[in-house]
Ligand binder design. Structure first.
Ligand SMILES: Cc1cc2nc3c(=O)[nH]c(=O)nc-3n(C[C@H](O)[C@H](O)[C@H](O)COP(=O)(O)OP(=O)(O)OC[C@H]3O[C@@H](n4cnc5c(N)ncnc54)[C@H](O)[C@@H]3O)c2cc1C
Length: 354
């Protein structure tokens, strides 16, 4: 019934019981009840409105590079945001003068691909994003950033799907366009960051002009820097937000946790704020490690580490992974059941990114 309604309203294929793991960089996550691919921003809006009319919970997946999806999967509709091949790594120039260039991008554009495309054209402002996996929709919603750059600095306008307020008498869902300054961008956050707040359907980016050679040189430097401090195993980027004035990775390293492992989930030997999947890690392993790290760091420093990565899906049998009281209570009992590592290597921390 739901499947037919989704297909009938959108004309797009609808699958059921689709494992989410292949659509995440951690390669973890159980099945979604319903699964659709949105080929562009316009169809993404149509799917979202249809799902809302069906009262169907929705999980929007860009590149899946900043999410941990539960082993039990997602009870609702998972939507993978895609882009026509010809626009995957490029935008459309809509205005240019001697100083600046405006480009329009789809939500499923690859962030790193767009960074490279703009560098080749001599358009400055996105070179820092050359190593960021995932889509521009995800990057804008989370105000992705690295090397002193972030999305906030280049976003001129965002078109997004805004949910209705069922049962409140307020208008149904609608598509809105707001300026970058109305996006409430902050440290790895925006007005569209929390689930249910809205979904990016497209954006205009404002870029400057610099020589392609200079931009490509900068990209080479950023890539070399990432090679030395970013794990190559499967991961989901930075797990924890940096607390004010501190670096989460440094706190984790100082707590002696680099290399600690639960199941196949391990705190990266290269960077304390990355958890890597050594092969067959489950979401439960990842969450157990997140909780263990929180407990230890809270005990050592009295700092509660907030997660940056989005924990999503059905946690009904694992307990609420986001419950801070759970951690505080556990910290008072002192537990760290991870396996100590024997071959830990010390490396300079690359804390500003990820
Ligand atoms: C190796 C590695 C390195 C990384 N380095 C960095 C870094 O230097 N800096 C940094 O900031 N991040 C970094 N990340 C994290 C991640 O790549 C970024 O946060 C990225 O922008 C997420 O985009 P995504 O499309 O993969 O989002 P997803 O992981 O698919 O989704 C993340 C969240 O955004 C939501 N979302 C996805 N698409 C949309 C949309 N169109 N509209 C609204 N919400 C949406 C999802 O529902 C989810 O809640 C890194 C990750 C990895 C694996």
């Amino acid at each position: 019934m739901i499947r037919f309604a989704l297909h009938g309203e959108t004309g797009l294929p609808v699958d059921t019981g689709v494992p989410i793991a292949p659509y995440t960089t951690l390669k973890i996550g159980g099945p979604a009840d319903f699964f659709m691919k949105a080929p562009n921003g316009e169809s993404l809006g149509r799917i979202l409105t249809t799902a809302e009319n069906l009262a169907l919970p929705v999980l929007v997946l860009g590149g899946g590079s900043n999410v941990v999806v539960s082993d039990r999967g997602f009870r609702g509709l998972a939507i993978k945001v895609e882009t026509p091949t010809n626009l995957r790594n490029r935008g459309t120039v809509i205005y240019e003068d001697g100083q600046e260039v405006l480009i329009e991008v789809e939500p499923g554009c690859q962030t790193a691909g767009i960074a490279r495309w703009t560098a080749h054209l001599g358009l400055s402002g996105l070179d820092w994003a050359c190593g960021i996996p995932g889509t521009l929709g995800g990057a804008i919603a989370g105000n992705a950033g690295a090397y002193d750059g972030d999305m906030k600095a280049v976003v001129r306008a965002v078109t997004f799907w805004s949910p209705g307020r069922a049962g409140t008498g307020l208008p149904a869902s609608r598509v809105c366009t707001v300026s970058g300054s109305e996006m409430a961008f902050g440290y790895r956050s925006s007005r569209l960051k929390s689930p249910g707040s809205g979904v990016v359907l497209g954006a205009e980016l404002r870029l400057g002009r610099t020589s392609p050679a200079e931009l490509l040189q900068r990209i080479d430097r950023f890539e070399a820097s990432r090679r030395t401090r970013q794990p190559t195993e499967r991961s989901c980027g930075s797990v924890f937000r940096n607390p004010p004035g501190k670096f989460a990775g440094q706190l984790i390293e100082q707590a002696g946790l680099k290399g600690h492992r639960i199941g196949d989930a391990q705190i990266s030997l290269l960077h304390g704020n990355y958890i890597v999947n050594r092969g067959t890690a489950t979401a439960r392993d990842i969450i157990s490690l997140i909780k263990a790290v929180r407990e230890r760091v809270l005990l050592d420093t009295d700092i509660f580490l907030e997660t940056e990565v989005m924990l999503t899906g059905d946690w009904s049998t694992d307990g609420d992974p986001l419950d801070p009281d759970d951690t505080r209570e556990a910290a008072s009992r002192v537990t760290l059941k991870a396996t100590p590592v024997t071959d830990a290597v010390r490396s300079p921390l690359g804390e500003r990114n990820g």
